[in-house]
Design a protein around this ligand. Structure first.
Ligand code: GTR
Length: 324
């Protein structure tokens, strides 16, 4: 009797061990946005596709709301392999990967359609490939729509109205130079500090798309949104090269395809969220002005002169402009 119960226990232990051996690998992914945000939901969807296509061997846990840290810090953690995946803006990569500066240039894209076409084509493939020497495998671009200025002080009816105002930007020199070229002052700081910086008057405002303006609650403290659409900085889903190298070539193909397929989902969610957030902030009392764009575009010449000197980057700019 004792023998049988021991045997049963041994079998149970063995199957448990086998279970552990065949258990799924749960990859950790970081996002600064809250649960439900289009990027967070798209990475979850990517995880579901992976789970299905790998017969349950891989899945993803998304740590949303900056639980793993602000973007710049989490990028370093992904490079060193501490975090497996990260959904981030292109902006914080500008100092590290020169090619990421090009899609981060003001008014480089003529429209959202133009941006999507560029990112889906050869230029997009080349920019994604530029991450690899930096300990990162870039799997896909997500949509971050257009970014515009907002502030707590006054409506911006023209470029001149920005003069002397203080705006938070993402931590990249391009954005500092962009704000300075508009006659305003730039303060680079992490996303998570923006709300209180506006509330306490350290800055007059910031710049972002409607979903971020809404979900980070910046609309509560900066009611004047001006639709100048100076940036369309793409989002990017990156994987740690250390994690990537552990995958078999077959699994790498599954990952790449699943990431690609999640882009379609993200764009659908994005388009809906942009409309929803805009309606929500307007209903809550934000006013939206539409300054003439051409003076903003004209003011960007020095930013291009300073940041697009390398022939490789000049070529990327030309290729983007040539996409119809
Ligand atoms: C958002 C973007 C984030 C982050 C943030 C910021 O639009 O989705 O990844 O970059 O802007 O301004 O820091």
């Amino acid at each position: 009797m004792l023998y049988f119960s021991k045997l049963a226990a041994a079998i149970a232990a063995a199957s448990l061990m086998m279970g552990v051996a065949s258990a799924q690998t749960v990859l950790r992914s970081s996002d600064t946005h809250p649960d439900g945000y289009p990027t967070v939901e798209a990475v979850k969807y990517f995880g579901e596709l992976l789970k299905d296509r790998s017969a349950g061997r891989y899945s993803i846990e998304v740590f949303h709301s900056a639980q793993l840290g602000e973007e710049k810090d989490t990028i370093e953690q992904v490079r060193s392999g501490v975090i497996n995946l990260n959904r981030v803006s292109m902006g914080p990569f500008n100092g590290l990967i020169p090619e990421t500066t090009v899609p981060s240039l003001p008014y480089i894209f003529r429209s959202v359609d133009h941006m999507r076409k560029v990112l889906d084509g050869d230029v997009g493939t080349d920019i994604l490939a530029a991450f690899e020497p930096h300990g990162l495998v870039a799997l896909a671009f997500y949509d971050g729509g257009a970014r515009s200025f907002y502030n707590s002080k006054k409506p911006i009816a023209s470029k001149e109205d920005l003069g002397g105002m203080k705006f938070r930007v993402m931590q990249s020199d391009i954005f500092v130079d962009m704000v300075n070229a508009l006659g305003a002052n730039a303060t680079p700081m992490p996303y998570g500090e923006v709300y209180s910086a506006i509330e306490t008057g350290v800055i007059d405002g910031a710049e972002n798309n409607f979903p971020s303006y809404d979900t980070a609650k910046h609309a509560e403290v900066a009611k004047y949104y001006s639709l100048d659409e100076h940036l369309m900085v793409p989002e990017v889903l990156v994987m740690s090269k250390a994690s990537w190298d552990k995958l078999s070539p077959e699994d790498q193909t599954i990952f790449r395809q699943a990431a690609k397929d999640s882009v379609v989902k993200q764009r659908e969610l994005w388009d809906a969220k942009e409309k929803e957030s805009r309606a929500k902030v307007e209903a809550a009392g934000s006013t939206i002005s539409t300054p003439e764009k051409q003076p903003f575009i004209d003011a960007m010449a020095p930013v291009y002169e300073k940041h697009v000197t390398d022939p490789k980057l000049k070529d990327l700019v030309e290729r983007i402009r040539a996409v119809q």
